[in-house]
Design a binder for this molecule. Sequence first.
Ligand code: PEP
Length: 268
Amino acid sequence: MAKSFTVIGNWKMYKTARQATDYIEALLPLIDGTKVNVYLAVPYTSIHPAVQYAKETPVIIGAQNMNDSREGAFTGEIAGLMLKEAGAAFVLLGHSERRNVFKEDDAFIHKKLIRAFQDDIQPVLCIGETADHHGKGKTQEVLQDQLEGALKGVPKEEASKLIVAYEPVWAIGSGKTPTAAQIQEAHGFIRDLLCELFGKKIGEGIPILYGGSVKPENVFEIGDEKDVDGVLVGGASLDPKTFASIIQNISGGAPKKRAPRTKKEKKE
Ligand code: PEP
């Protein structure tokens, strides 16, 4: 069976509602018949119009953040229930810009994750090391802290709805990417941790996406790695043609069945 890929576009704070619907109109004919799960994380004001526009198409609309409370006196925040009613199917949580610019920590991200499950919104948990941690060889330590901090205590039946995105902070928007082998090493490590936390069956079914300077040219190689189930794309998702090329190229690079990891591979 061929791998099923998920490609998420993260528009960050770009595009008005009108620009969002123009974009979807341009994207749809370019991805006609695709088997890739196409997600777009759009600004809050674009969620409702984008959902209306993308109805009965392969494009799934979601949000880039949410608060951990059901409702309350939190000026400027947005609740999962509000996103749900606007039609959001998923939400990015723990993106490095939220962690670094808005100082969100693992405990807060954990609470948001629990809330997202309660509000029936699929969480996409973003994790990744900084350049400093990468340079000091601490990537796995950081990934373990962020994964366990966000996921410990999450019930198995909820975990099966999760997506994890590995996004090295130094690769985001920088034009730099790890080698495909480094990406696989990180994804293999994440896979093993997910299996430890939730058991093999669920751990192996959780999609792990790579994010950080993905382009049409490099996605083929990245998508070919065993534990890469898709990509999360920032800058290159803003143009529908470029985003469509990424979707086409990743599915062109697909057809590897994930073989169970051997004991030797796990030790390496
Ligand atoms: C991101 O914002 O999650 C991201 C991966 O950005 P970029 O593709 O621009 O590196």
